[in-house]
Design a protein around this ligand. Sequence first.
Ligand SMILES: [Zn+2]
Length: 369
Amino acid sequence: MNNRVLDERLKQIFTELTSIDATSGNEAPVASYIKNFVNRLGLEVFIDGASELSKGSSGNVIVEILGGGEYLLASHMDTPRSTANLKHMFLEDRITSDGTTPLGVDDRGGLSSILYALERAVASGNLKPCTLLFTVCEETTLAGSIYYKPDPRIKYGFVFDSYLKPGNFVSATCGAINFEFIIRGVSAHAGISPEKGINAIKVAAEAMTRFPFGRVDEVTTANIGIVRGGTGTNVVCDEVHLTGELRTDISSYGEKLMDGIIADFNEVCAKYGARMESKYFWDFSPYNIKEDDLPFVHFSKVAKRVGLTPVPNKSMGGSDANSLNEKGVKTINLGVGAQNPHGNDEFILYEDLQTASALAYQLLTTENK
Ligand SMILES: [Zn+2]
């Protein structure tokens, strides 16, 4: 495979988009690139109020094509790390950086696939009613997709944001709960009057022996990843912070497990006269799109049309698809082939970029009828 499989125009759009440095919260220059691009094609964009939630420089960019239709195509505008001073390397079969910065292929690969497809679809006159959604802060908090208020007519969607090869898609993910516990004891001099203290480290250590570290069952994992506390070797420690996560496919089980863990920790605290403050929230919720669900059916149709076998995959990570599913917009996350995401060795094969855009073109020009 060589770079002749990549259309020059798609290569140009990808190069322009990856030349913009826009980390999470600093998406405004990408938003304005998209606005100019879309306006030039005779379409309107609007920018929603997602910056209220993300505290960033732009809201989500939304394009309602021919009334907005009943499905959407989405990708995110932010990169997790700066791509300033990016030097593109156009190798025999792929685009990468020179190894000193990320390429920004996550998710400018998805973004350029959609924009190039849009340009072709407008030129062909075959554009169908649908909505384009370009989000902010996917990499940090999913603030863009969490804020997004879909028109009630939008029933399903396609996110272009998976490292999988085109044709593959994420049809199901676990959900993730993030938690933070603060265990408070009583400080005292460790040498002179240790009996006056309650050592939060000791309490935390005992409580943690009850924590179900690792793989809890086939669809659930648990981890405490950060422990902070203590001020000196001669001080009975009065405060320890623990942060961690649970991942599970089943929301109700996640809640139940979390409640059980908090009860265990409180019990150990009570035994020593310590107190605990706890909080947790769903970082993202699980979803599971079935074979007869709209995005699965529609995608299978267009994948076959470009000669691909549609392959559903399960993922242990979250994306904008999780927040869209939570809003009732049944969404799958499509493989774009953005490989080694977030590293300095990010790359995309010409072949994959071209195919991802061919899929976007089919979705923009073929209704699910
Ligand atoms: Zn991404």
